[in-house]
Write a protein that binds this ligand. Sequence first.
Ligand code: PAF
Length: 509
Amino acid sequence: MNKVILRKTEEIENWRRNINSEINFIPTMGNLHNGHIKLISTAKNDNSNVNLVSIFINPLQFDNKLDLEHYPKTIDDDIKISFSNGADVIFIPNNEDIYPPNKNIKLLKAPIDLSSALCGSNRIGHFDGVCTVVYRLINLIKPKNLYLGEKDWQQLLILKNLILRKKLNVAIKSIPTQRDFDGIPLSSRNVHLSKNERELIRFFSSELLKAKKNFQQEKRINLDEIIKKLSAKKISIEYLEHLHPHTLQKARLEDNISLLAGAIRCGETRLIDHVFLMKRRPIIAIDGPAGSGKSTVTKLIAKKLKLLYLDTGAMYRALSWLMIKESIDYKKEKKLQNILKDISIVFKSNTNSHQEVYINNYCVTEEIRSQKISSIVSKISSIKEVRNFLVEEQRKIGESGGLVAEGRDIGTTVFPHAELKIFLTASIDERAKRRQSDNNSKDSQEIDLNTLKELIKKRDFEDSNREISPLTKANDAIEIITDGYTINEVVNKIIDLYNDKIPKETEIK
Ligand code: PAF
């Protein structure tokens, strides 16, 4: 595609009419650095959409005239950097194009709860200005994806909220904060720093990164201690807060992921930095009835997000296998408890990266899928002792997080604090059709559709009405009805939900 520079709003409209591709949009205020380059190159590598970079220093988001005047302007370099890193089109409007005096562009307000926290308390009107310009740009460009940096985490939350509020059909894609060689976050304002000021911000960032490391071990944070250390270096702190990463309210004890964010002043320059504190890596819980597509979807998600795949059903099946093999009478409670004590179930990846299930060192991956096991697993999984034992085992596997688990009670019982809970389901008609066309289940192919529907209804009833851990949707689970969707569409939807909740930065060690 020819590289294009557009300056007028009419040019954007004409250009858009003549392309037959979706648009990735990377809004910037110029003075591009490696953080912007990462945004542009991520967009380029994500898909084959057209990449449009805008360069516009938005006066509405500056509460200080001098700050606006001094904002670094490097347009010739910005054009070169954008094109050489994957931009196809650069939009460089001026003030009159974005805010035409005769058009009376509506000024937007950012939501009070998100915009009054952190930077909002000192930068009055800043986020209103950001919302106004981004809304205007989105309406002109009509992108499919909007690429933003997590460096401005509060801005990212406010823009996500804007997209929801205005019902815009745009997906936000974020990238982690990009740091310079000395650990300080890349920012256009860094050019204003003297050597001494740079040293101070380096100290500030390194204290945040240290706090993140300590938190992994100690699961607690002492804000006063950090403030004392910063003050001893005569660093002028505007704020340093420990908050919930999405609501920006005070962090609670039960929050697995929280935000430690601060702003300091170095001479005339104000700089922000943050880290995410994590007790363990994230967990996705996927529950749902038989035939909803859980296993296929969960396996693919684990692969794409590089998470451990915890197939809790396989654990119940493995236990059922052992009961048959060792002729254990599972109705005898006392004996059962003694037997359970000596059982170990582990998952291991084989050379083809397929997950194998072992029970007491027997590899049972294939055998547990037999009809014989299918016919008793439901009974065995409704025994209280079995349930308690396996839930504990599952929690042990999930202690440090980093997994996606599927089952029927994951979000309600096993991991009630999972970061993302999905309830995957499909209509009875759809599930019966899927079972009939399932090549692995020969018996189902021979049963007529109406009988299959009745069997599914019966299984749903049993699963949802059993005494222990019945199949129910957790209050905070997102229900996805998979009728009419391809597997990939469902997987991508869940990955989008995950990316929306979990900062990309949490993936960085
Ligand atoms: O983050 C920025 O550079 C700006 O706030 C943005 C999103 C380009 C809007 O002017």
